[in-house]
Design a protein around this ligand. Sequence first.
Ligand code: ADP
Ligand code: ZN
Ligand code: ZN
Length: 823
Amino acid sequence: MSVPETFVDVILPVPLPRLFTYSVPSDMADIPEPGIRVVVPFGKKKQYSGIIFSVHKNKPKDYETKPILSVLESSPIVTAAQLNFWEWMAEYYQCTLGEVYKAALPSGLKLESETRVYYNPDYIQLDNLPEKTTKTLLFLSEKKVCTIQEINTFLGQKSSMPLLHKLMEEGAVFVSERLKENYKAKTENHLRISEVFRTETKLHEAFNLLEKAPRQLNLLMTLIQKTGGAGNALKGKSIARKDLLEENSSATAALNELIKKEIFEQFSREVGRLDRSEDEIQQKNTFSPAQQKAYEEIEKSFNNQTVVLFHGVTSSGKTEIYIHLIEEHLSRGEQVLYLLPEIALTTQITTRLKRHFGNKLGIYHSKFSSEERVEVYRDLLENQNYKVILGVRSSIFLPFHNLGLVIVDEEHEHSFKQFDPAPRYHARDAGIMLAIKHNAKVLLGTATPAIESYYNAQKGKYALVELKTRHEDIQLPRILVADTREARRKKQMKSHFTPLLLEHIQQSLDNKQQVILFQNRRGFSPFLECSVCSWVPKCNYCDVSMTYHKKMNQLVCHYCGHTVTTPSTCNACGSPSLSTQGFGTEKIEEEIKLMFPGARVSRMDLDTTRSKKSYQKIISDFEDGKVDILIGTQMITKGLDFDNVSVVGILNADNMLNIPDFRAFERGFQMMAQVSGRAGRKNKQGTVVLQTSSPDHPIIGYVVENDYQTMYRTQIEERQLYKYPPYYRLINLTLRHKNKGIVEKAADELAARLRAIFGERVLGPQEPPVARVQNLYLTRIILKFEKGHAPSYVKQLMNDATNAILSQPQWKYITIQTDVDPL
Ligand code: ADP
Ligand code: ZN
Ligand code: ZN
């Protein structure tokens, strides 16, 4: 009787809707199971590593299956719970499992294919070959095998493919693709006394031998001392090379001698990359009565509810409460995920959490190297040393085993949403789903809840816990509105500053206190304009004006990154009178430095925080009082906790409120309330100077009064009236193509098809505010579904409609992007 063949469905990193079925060779030793990585052939030549999604006996009817080539591990690298979560995500956010796989696994665990070049030892070299070829052959015969990269570097040229093709024809080399694992364990050179010298007599001998070599003798003694004495050293205890040489790097030569004499032995040892140093664990603070009450309410709410929205004013001690909650869950043996919207925030929170949770705390975000991320991932998968994971949105993909609590700090933040590429998920919402699947609890914390979350709390879907007083009853900052139009009329403006703001900055500096200035635009000025003919430089590839960056003397497109040198004359009329319009953080920095020459000024925006360390440096310099005035974009609005800030200046409230988006007012309120919250922490009440040309704007009023409720009421009414979230669920379909006519036509037809199914729920097509990006024309169809229409239900119908468009030859090159719950 023949055993039925086994098949596996494999998730591959390709944006194709279906999973691929492969057969399992009957002689394959390892029995595959879901979550294990396999290498499979794909197309004519390619190989991919993918994840087994399911194992079954159903032979596909319509195609011949190919066998899997190899199985990469014996136990799953993706757990069943993760696969289940991936499935939900692909379904809800309308993308493929392959796209989720790409987002979910740290790149170090995805194999990349690499071309390797092998030298043929039997090759007999011909005479009179070109010099370059001879050189290359020599190089190859020494190396035996190498990558194309290495040959390129050796030859100092971009591509060595033409040359390699010739060599392949000659039979001198052959080339093969193979998958390489990106993750390399980090190793460190270690030293110990070599085997032969590990007896007291031999050690004595060594000392005699080194009598005339004081440096070597010194190293030997250092090794003995640093390994904790002769006893240890004789047992073969080692120390890191860098620790041995720490005090005098000039001892390298002496060390080499010792190795040569075979007194020392050097070997490499695998080390973890992550800092596991055991810091002193601090006791947690005791709560104030208000905090105690909030904490108890949260605990009680968790008895019958999964999600609690914790609305606590800035500096009320939300983080303190998180720390107590984490401790509580750890004591029950559960894991905790602490989500933050941005890496910028992790620095301060890390320090605070480390003090309490020491090396139980794992950190996971993109400024960590791929290797470091793999180590966190593997730890959760295998050892579970980490109990608390602090991370940004991608940490929802980690392999949790016993998740008890998810904290979403600053839950209102838009950076929880992934914009590109798919899956375009919202980490708060996905985090709630993750928690539900693990039977865990969710705490959404914020001083300015998202309208959607507050609505859910009003409806009883979430519990609501409030904390309305700041720690130690310090008052919320006083907010002064500075009318820029009035000041302009009276000719009192100094560039972009009202006298009121300048006065307060000066006062703060005089009192040796600090100032934060907030401008929600980076760069020097949003655009240049010719004062003769009004010409504005625009990006060649996008329909937007380019931002002027003065220090680099460049115009930069903030959509595609295209950069040009700033023109000295107008491209239209030739006049040299190009002037800057509007202002960004760079310009504020320049002007502040001129106006307050004695002040130490620093700037935090996307341009100054490209590296992992730069955030940390800017923040710690400000914390340490090395900087008096910190200028920044929305990056400085969130969660940062400074002790000595007495004044916060909001330079231009108008540009936040004048955005054509139904969320603009909510967002404007949140940003202003959040940045205001940075003022007057710890010792006393702070002051906020809010510059605006429309001081009567209702949102400005709510900010001044710190009146979240009224803001919420006015906004939720509009949402209902105009059919927006949370009453309706939006799905955006964005079509792109390099030809405007083609993309419009396809969009019209797609909209018509969708209307035939969904009727009035389909809006558009219409051009988005920026209708051309990277030389592609964009058009958008918006679908509005009543709550209750699950995206998974409409997914199939929408897919059918988009496939009907994409399968037409003239529209083959159109791309259609789906964004569920767009922000
Ligand atoms: P939030 O997260 O609401 O902004 P934090 O937890 O950061 O508030 O608290 C603000 C400041 O007050 C922090 O410096 C914190 O250490 C301090 N703080 C809050 N509650 C306590 C407490 N119970 N005991 C001591 N310090 C506290
Ligand atoms: Zn001009
Ligand atoms: Zn551009």
